[in-house]
Write a protein that binds this ligand. Structure first.
Ligand code: NDP
Length: 445
């Protein structure tokens, strides 16, 4: 048995060499669980911590495909099936050149706790490839997706493992992946979520992560008798999560003033309104262009190669990628008056940035709680597929809203420290208990 977080982490680092994102994700969880585990030693005796950090299965494979010039390209494919104590493995696929085993293990590990928080019957997993869809034709993306699924299909299924989208995997990619699965397996089933509306998808799934993160923000602000009305909001990213977070902030009377992509950030002091957001959606989802175009179109500032965190705001919603807020940026946010940081992305704040938020006792909503709306509606998509029905937009949105309120409540119950709510601790403890208890019930597996 380990006598400290440091000794546990030494072992993690030795057993998983070079996987720095995975080490970071494990540290964040174990550090905030440690006190709770000392008070509940039965989890330690059953070695739940040692078991929960080890994926049940890791699948790695070759993805050969042909580009438009007729040349053969080879990418790496992965699926990390992390934990199935609560249900079939569930979690997205990421297509991005930075993808490696460490990143997918960090995401799969986070997913286990996130899915537990939703209270829906879903285990945790994550997968993807170092394939870069940027600059590829639709035909190339299809060729790649077909090759990727040719291997992945033998490992997944509606009762086993149900992938969804993530960075670089949106409606277009899910369509190509689903088509190939159906062709090889000769079955039309709910094996992927985020599907098109007329072939098994759920209403509100595209909106769910962004909307859910903003519903979570609303609940956090309520604890201070505040709302989003009139608040200046920084948003990073300009993909799926960022777009729908922007939409919901506008709906609730807030003023989003920034967006970004991996090339830079725009700052629109007048606020991004519905018309401007429609432009961004067309730019990113159809033309697949760069956010710089926004600055040209609306005559606002563009910061090449920068992130938006040095602009004064009330609320910050990082919605792009991991480690996009460092310690200095966190200090700048707090100094400039930011009172609430809510993670639409997975692990966007690095550990030192999180310390800055916690030490300054501002509202900090960790990704595994705040962005759980996406997987929650994926869970609802699975239910609708199994029952062969579809719920209306209002029904799904209401269920999403209730789930986000309940996740917030669980964080409050387990994260209260006097008058301060430590949402990180709350989310980790609440997520852990359900998975750990299910693992105890199911024996040494
Ligand atoms: P998209 O691919 O739709 O958008 C990603 C956005 O982030 C793009 O604007 C992209 O810019 C930017 N980005 C990606 N990598 C980097 C980087 N290294 N540096 C700076 N910017 C970057 O993905 P999503 O919106 O779906 O995902 C965003 C985040 O939300 C991820 O962390 C994801 O894991 C998380 N998430 C997503 C869920 C979902 O349902 N989609 C569910 C829960 C969490 P560019 O166009 O230049 O690549």
């Amino acid at each position: 048995m380990y006598d400290s977080v440091a000794s546990f982490m030494d072992d993690i680092v030795n057993k998983n060499p070079g996987e720095k994102e995975f080490h970071q994700a494990v540290f964040e969880v174990v550090d905030s669980l440690w006190e709770f585990l000392q008070d509940h030693p039965h989890y330690m005796y059953a070695k739940i911590l040692e078991r929960i950090v080890e994926p049940e299965r890791v699948i790695m494979f070759r993805v050969p495909w042909r580009n438009d010039r007729g040349e053969i390209e080879i990418n790496k494919g992965y699926r990390v099936e992390f934990n199935s104590a609560l249900g079939p493995y569930k979690g997205g696929l990421r297509f991005h050149p930075s993808v490696n085993l460490s990143i997918l293990k960090f995401l799969g590990f986070e997913q286990v706790f996130k899915n537990s928080l939703t209270t829906l019957p879903m285990g945790g997993g994550k997968g993807g490839s170092n394939f870069d869809p940027k600059g590829k034709s639709d035909n190339e993306v299809m060729s790649f997706c077909q090759s990727f699924m040719t291997e992945l299909q033998r490992h997944i299924g509606p009762k086993t493992d149900v992938p969804a989208g993530d960075i670089g995997v949106g409606g277009r990619e899910i369509g190509f992946l689903f088509g190939q699965y159906k062709r090889i397996r000769n079955e039309f089933s709910g094996v992927l979520t985020g599907k098109g509306l007329n072939w098994g998808g759920s209403l509100i799934r595209p909106e769910a992560t962004g909307y859910g993160a903003v519903y979570f923000t609303q609940e956090m602000l309520k604890t201070k008798n505040e709302s989003l009305e009139g608040k200046t909001v920084l948003i990073s990213g300009s993909g799926n999560v960022a777009q729908y977070a922007t939409e919901k902030v506008i709906d609730l009377g807030g003023k989003p003033v920034t967006l970004s992509d991996s090339s830079g950030a725009i700052y629109d002091p007048d606020g991004i309104d519905r018309g401007k957001l429609a432009f961004v959606m067309e730019l990113k989802n159809v033309k697949r262009g760069r956010i710089k175009e926004y600055a040209k179109k609306y005559g606002v500032e563009y910061f090449d190669g920068e992130r938006p965190w040095n602009i004064p705001c009330d609320v910050a919603l990082p919605c792009a990628t991991q480690n996009e807020i460092n310690e200095d940026e966190a200090k700048t946010l707090v100094k400039n008056g930011c009172k609430c940081v809510v993670e639409g992305a997975n692990m966007p704040s690095d550990p030192k940035a999180i310390n800055v938020f916690l030490e300054n006792k501002i509202l900090f909503g960790p990704g595994k709680a705040a962005n759980a709306g996406g997987v929650a509606v994926s869970g609802l998509e699975m239910s609708q597929n199994s029952m062969r029905i579809s719920w209306s937009r209002e029904e799904v949105d209401e269920k999403l809203h209730v789930i986000m309120r309940n996740i917030h409540e669980s964080c409050v119950v387990h994260g209260k420290e006097g008058k301060f709510i430590n949402y990180l601790k709350g989310a980790n403890i609440a997520g852990f208990i359900k998975v750990a208890d299910a693992m105890l019930d199911q024996g040494v597996v």
